[in-house]
Structures are given as structure tokens and as C-alpha cells.
Design a protein around this ligand. Structure first.
Ligand code: ZN
Length: 334
């Protein structure tokens, strides 16, 4: 865990708001950090550096998942004992209004230990519309000594009214050397490349490196490097297959995010800066950037933000990807 982030959370202790929103890119360990922070707030014999003692009654309850003043809200799909047998209902990817309603009693009773009542929401963007509205009502008139810890990699997907009720706690990316060292120590080869592709998030980098993501990313980068010569329909077919074959481990939105990173790199080199994500392809990206008018890049960037939203529930994955790559090739048209 990156020490700066821990210290900045600890610094908030004397004047905690009713709701803290931990925001930062994927893979920084925000959830683990939020849990650690919750544990330290509930601990009844906290260490001088702010860490939970790990030994008191409160710490024991917390470790066993039954501290009476702590609730975790997350989609069923993230739960540990998810039923995956055939014929069972697919676990929800959303945080539902029922989960928020179940908080009523928790919030009504107040603290059992004379301290804070903490509700951890992970990830906050998983709240569906009804759930979000329901939690908003609570945030508008929060009971005393309640602390909501909301965790989000995509705060733009939260209701603005929720965001404005929370104090933002930005979680920063660790320094490259620190993250690279941690990855090498964990036995990840090619650590720098993965770290760059993940945008500097060590956890995300490790996940990518160890989950067989190399193949499709390599494929995507090679094809995009083809510029005008790229075969949009062929590429759409190949990636649709990769998504399908991954059985849920690779999602369409990850493909779009990778294209967005490629686009960021194009924009960076166009402005005379080095690539951030695709380190190995810098010479190629530089060549491509020269061929694209800046105004087209900006327009494509906007389109891709829109696509990123649509990627959650596309009507037809193949057509969707074809659209994306046709747009990409059009960047190079004369
Ligand atoms: Zn303790």
C-alpha cells in the first residue's frame, strides 16, 4: 500500500465528514485501503501511526466480518460465497435498493461501541439508480456518527448530487520505481511494460500480467499500429472472439479502455510528449500521429467516451466493435 494515501486519510481523522469518496484509477487498492481505514477507525486501541491494533475486541470482530458498527455494500457478484451452479440466478453486478433499505435498522440503532458506524460502498458506481437515490436521501440528513466510505474508479458515473455530498479523497498512483520494484518482487516479468499499460496501478498491472491479457492487448496494439491499413472488420471479429472465449474475464469495456489509452498516446506524441501506456510502440505511434489532423483526434476522443458508456450494454458486440475500428481507420482518411 502506498504510504502517502494512508497518511492523507489519517490526516482527515480529526474532522471526518459523513461521507468520504475515495477516487482514483483502477487497481490502486482503494478497497483494501478503505477497509484498513475503517478498521483503524473502529479499533479500540489504535496504534500511534493510526493503524488498527489487530488484537482488541473490535479488531477481532472486524476481521471476522461481524463488527456490529460496520456494513459492507457491494454487488452480490463480488461476494465470496456466490452460487455459480447451473440454473441458479446469476449474481447481481449492481448494488440494489434492498441493500440500502437494509441499512435502516443499522442506521437507526446507532453505534454499539460508542464510536462511529461505518458503511463501505464498493464500488459506488455499482449502485443502480434506485439505490443511488435512496442513499442520497440518507446523505442529505445523515444520522450522527455515521461515516460512509464510497470507493470509485469511475466517479463520473455517480449522481452529481451524491458526489457533492461527499468529501473527495483522491488516491494517488505510487511512484513508478516503487511500483516496478513491487512487481518485480512479485515475480512479474516485463514489469515496466505492464505498469505502463495499467496507467501506473501496480495491482491492475499484476492482474493484467497474470490473467493472460497479454495476447489480446498485443493483437490490438499491432493492428492499431497498422493505421490506415488496419482491417477494422477483421479486428472486430478477433476481439469479439477474445471477449467471448475469456468467459467474462475480458469485458468489452476493457477493449474500449485500451483503445482510449492508444488514443491518449497518439495525443501525447502529437504534442511532443512521450507515450504513457504503449511504451514499446512509441516510434510507430509517433509516425501515425503525424498523419492525423489534431481536430480529428479530439473528435474521436469524444466519440470514444460515448462508446465507453455504451460498452456496458451493447446490443451487438461485433457491430459495436466494427463501429469503433471503422471510426479509427477514418482518422487516417485523406
Ligand atoms: Zn484494535
Amino acid at each position: 500500500m502506498h504510504k502517502e494515501n494512508w497518511l492523507s486519510l489519517q490526516a482527515r481523522r480529526p474532522r471526518l465528514p459523513h461521507a468520504l469518496l475515495l477516487i482514483g484509477q483502477k487497481g490502486l487498492g482503494k478497497y483494501a485501503l478503505a477497509r484498513e481505514f475503517a478498521a483503524s477507525l473502529l479499533c479500540e486501541n489504535v496504534a500511534p501511526d493510526g493503524h488498527a491494533c489487530g488484537q482488541c475486541m473490535a479488531c477481532n470482530w472486524f476481521a471476522q466480518g461481524n463488527h456490529p458498527d460496520f456494513r459492507l455494500l457491494q454487488p452480490d457478484a463480488l461476494g465470496e460465497d456466490v452460487e455459480t451452479e447451473e440454473g441458479k440466478k446469476k449474481p447481481s453486478q449492481q448494488i440494489t435498493i434492498d441493500q440500502i433499505r437494509n441499512l435502516d435498522e443499522f442506521l437507526g440503532v446507532g453505534s454499539h461501541r460508542g464510536g462511529l458506524c461505518i458503511v463501505l460502498v464498493n464500488p459506488a458506481e455499482a449502485m443502480n439508480r434506485n439505490a443511488a437515490n435512496s442513499i442520497l436521501k440518507i446523505l442529505e440528513e445523515p444520522p450522527a456518527s455515521i461515516l460512509f466510505l464510497l470507493v470509485s474508479s469511475e466517479p463520473s458515473r455517480l449522481l452529481p448530487t451524491i458526489r457533492s455530498r461527499c468529501q473527495a479523497a483522491p488516491i494517488s498512483v505510487p511512484p513508478t520505481e516503487v511500483a516496478t520494484r513491487a512487481l518485480v518482487a512479485a515475480g512479474i516479468s516485463d514489469a515496466e511494460r505492464w505498469l505502463a499499460l495499467s496507467g501506473g496501478s501496480p495491482r491492475f498491472a499484476r492482474e493484467m500480467a497474470t490473467s493472460g491479457q497479454g495476447a489480446w492487448l498485443e493483437l490490438l496494439a499491432n493492428r492499431l499500429a497498422g493505421g490506415r491499413g488496419a482491417d477494422p472488420l477483421g479486428l472486430a471479429g478477433e476481439l469479439e472472439k477474445a471477449v467471448k472465449d475469456s468467459k467474462g474475464r475480458l469485458q468489452l469495456k476493457q477493449v474500449i479502455e485500451a483503445v482510449q489509452k492508444w488514443l491518449v498516446d497518439l495525443t501525447l506524441v502529437k504534442n511532443g510528449l512521450p507515450t504513457r501506456y504503449f511504451l514499446g510502440q512509441q516510434p510507430k505511434i509517433t509516425m501515425l500521429a503525424d498523419m492525423i489532423p489534431a481536430v480529428r483526434l479530439i473528435h474521436f476522443y469524444r466519440t470514444m467516451n460515448q462508446r465507453r458508456q455504451e460498452a456496458e450494454q451493447p446490443l451487438n458486440a461485433r457491430l459495436f466493435l466494427e463501429g469503433v475500428f471503422l471510426d479509427y481507420r477514418a482518422l487516417f482518411s485523406r
